[in-house]
Design a binder for this molecule. Structure first.
Ligand SMILES: Nc1ncnc2c1ncn2[C@@H]1O[C@H](COP(=O)(O)OP(=O)(O)OP(=O)(O)O)[C@@H](O)[C@H]1O
Length: 568
């Protein structure tokens, strides 16, 4: 018997995209919505927004109800714009590819802040500036010419929407997530889905869900899926293995971002199926261009060296701002230099400095504020430096400050000063230091300074390293803090470290051929070796009840005590 129309509508049907079961009557509209949502509608994860409080939802990991599988994995998509329903740059009359220095700025999500006529205070609140200014198109993507310049293979692949599986490797804030965001925007044009997983929070099941959706999309709608995995090095081997065959057979195109050397952190098999793109830290010039774009979007006016206060060098003032806000050109140059190629640090530093000056201008009569004048607010180089220091980001990860701080941490632990140890640790981590670098130094400290006074210290350090590797910043900071305090409080012994140094010294000072291994200590696996006297006279200690008299050092070093020797 034919089912009645009503019965057909009541029957539960499984959505091939999100795998939810719905009444037959609802499936078609649901499927449309599900496909439009591309599995989700959130934005790329905002990274370490240490300066401005991230607004609710900026760390968007949810999915719209429609597209969420029952388990609710932390999956989100770059396929759709932010929740504000902002226009794409193209729709808003966006820039040409060459227009990196144009005055009209389109923040990454929605219309240009300047064009929207927001006040400066509004522009500074909420989402961190770095997130608002995340470029949507290659035209706004600054620097990285070596891999993305005209004529490069990657550029032509991206322009022809031929996206290969990629691993984007580069230091923090150099534009890995941004490049993925741009690829997401461009792949939207040819109907490709773009799904993001964060390796810090996604589980193996989440990967499986994404793969199963991708298989359905491919089978039913011939639709491709690009899977972006941020911080891919945090996925363990079995998680990486989960998507390996699917990358291989083309169910998903993988884009992984990592700050760690992929040769060590990404499965060799997976790596061999991906193109590794090495992004460099942004040059000072590139940083200046990014900062200038931010200055324009905020409607600040730049004061050149020779300018009088009140004569803008570039930029257009924010129409609805209460006071014109000026920034010294020198301040921008200094910021571009100090942020060490990390655009997020630079943009957040600018945001904080301007925010602080505007707040001071609101509460204090302008003529009385330092750097303020009757006709506006001035942001100077000093304010920028203050801003960087206040947010603990004045820290040159590659330069002297990096070595100074790690040395201060090492010495504080050695001196058993737990407060100083914690302080130097926090200075580094808040400055953006790689937690694994600190963890590696702790492993070294465990043996060099604590040694056999507390052999558990080494276990603690290795566990801390692994813990940091598993969960990353910011959650891993407390792991390092625990380890650092343990080490500061631990008894210290350099006995082994010193003795080993003495042995190395002895080897270095030796002249002539090194003494042979005594025959009785040699292994004798063959008859010939036995005949040559190998192993002859060796006393196997477990066979003796009493202490065994036997020499283990070469003849000429007989009686040497490296533990008593002192290095000169
Ligand atoms: N090449 C670039 N051109 C323009 N803006 C950039 C560029 N790189 C980074 N930015 C800006 O810096 C912000 C942070 O960059 P992004 O999130 O891409 O860094 P990342 O390399 O993924 O860093 P991390 O490893 O810390 O996640 C972006 O939101 C964007 O505003």
């Amino acid at each position: 018997m034919e089912p009645t129309e009503g019965a057909e509508e009541e029957r539960l049907v499984r959505c091939p995209v999100c795998l939810r079961e719905l009444p037959g009557a609802d499936i078609n509209p649901h499927l449309d919505r599900c496909l439009q949502a591309g599995g989700a509608e959130a934005e790329p994860p905002s990274k370490r927004p240490r300066l401005a409080a991230a607004p609710p939802g900026s760390q968007a990991e949810g999915q719209p109800e429609e597209a969420r599988p029952a388990a609710g994995p932390p999956v989100f998509s770059l396929f759709h714009k932010g929740r504000g329903g902002g226009q794409s740059p193209a729709a808003a009359g966006g820039r040409s590819g060459a227009g990196r220095d144009e005055a009209a700025v389109q923040p990454g999500h929605g219309c240009s802040a300047a064009l929207c006529g927001e006040s400066l205070a509004q522009k500074l609140e909420g989402k961190p500036l770095a997130e608002r200014l995340r470029p949507d198109t290659l035209g706004d993507y600054v620097g990285q010419e070596r891999v993305l310049g005209a004529q490069t293979l990657l550029r032509s692949l991206l322009e022809s929407h031929e996206i290969p599986s990629l691993i984007l490797w580069g230091p923090p804030g150099c534009g890995k997530t941004t490049l993925a965001h741009i690829i997401a925007n461009s792949s939207k044009k040819n109907g490709t889905r773009f799904v993001t997983l964060s390796a810090t929070s996604a589980k193996t099941n989440d990967v499986r869900d994404v793969i199963s959706q991708a298989q359905n999309e491919k089978r039913l709608f011939k639709r491709k899926t690009i899977l972006f995995i941020d911080e891919i090095h945090r996925f363990n081997k079995s998680q990486q293995d989960t998507f390996l065959p699917h990358v291989e057979c083309g169910t998903v195109t993988l884009i992984g971002a990592t700050t760690e050397n992929p040769s060590f952190q990404v499965n060799a098999a997976l790596l061999s199926r991906c193109r590794v793109i090495v992004l460099e830290k942004l040059s000072v010039e590139a940083m200046e261009a990014i900062l200038m774009r931010a200055v324009r979007s905020l409607g600040l006016q730049v004061l050149g060296q020779g300018n009088q206060h009140g004569t803008p060098a570039t930029g257009s003032s924010s129409k609805s701002s209460e006071f014109p806000v000026y920034i010294e050109e020198k301040a921008l140059n200094t910021l571009a230099y100090l942020c060490d190629g990390d655009a997020r640090t630079g943009l957040n530093g600018l945001q904080l400095a301007v925010q602080a000056r505007v707040a001071a201008g609101r509460t204090t009569p302008l003529s009385a504020t330092e750097g303020g004048a009757a006709d506006g607010i001035l942001v100077t180089e000093e304010h920028i430096k203050e801003g960087l220091q206040r947010s603990h980001i004045l820290y040159d990860r590659a330069g002297e400050e990096h070595y100074n701080c790690i040395s201060a941490l090492h010495k504080s632990m050695r001196g058993s000063d737990e407060n100083a140890s914690l302080y130097w640790l926090a200075r580094m981590l808040e400055g953006g230091e790689d937690p694994l670098y600190v963890a590696r130094r702790l492993v070294r400290f465990a043996s060099e300074d604590i040694g056999l006074a507390d052999p558990l210290a080494l276990t603690q350090a290795v566990a801390a390293y692994q813990g940091c590797h598993f969960i990353g910043m910011p959650e891993c900071e407390v792991i390092l803090a625990q380890c650092v305090v343990y080490f500061a409080r631990a008894p210290k012994s350099i006995e082994v470290y010193r003795a080993y140094g003495n042995v190395k010294e002895c080897l270095r000072m030796h002249t002539g051929p090194l003494p042979p291994v005594p025959l009785h200590l040699r292994n004798a696996p063959t008859r010939l070796m036995k005949n040559l006297g190998y192993g002859k006279g060796y006393k196997y200690n477990p066979m003796y009840k009493e202490p065994v008299e036997q020499d283990y050092l070469p003849e000429e070093l007989k009686g040497t005590d490296f533990f008593k020797e002192r290095k000169s």
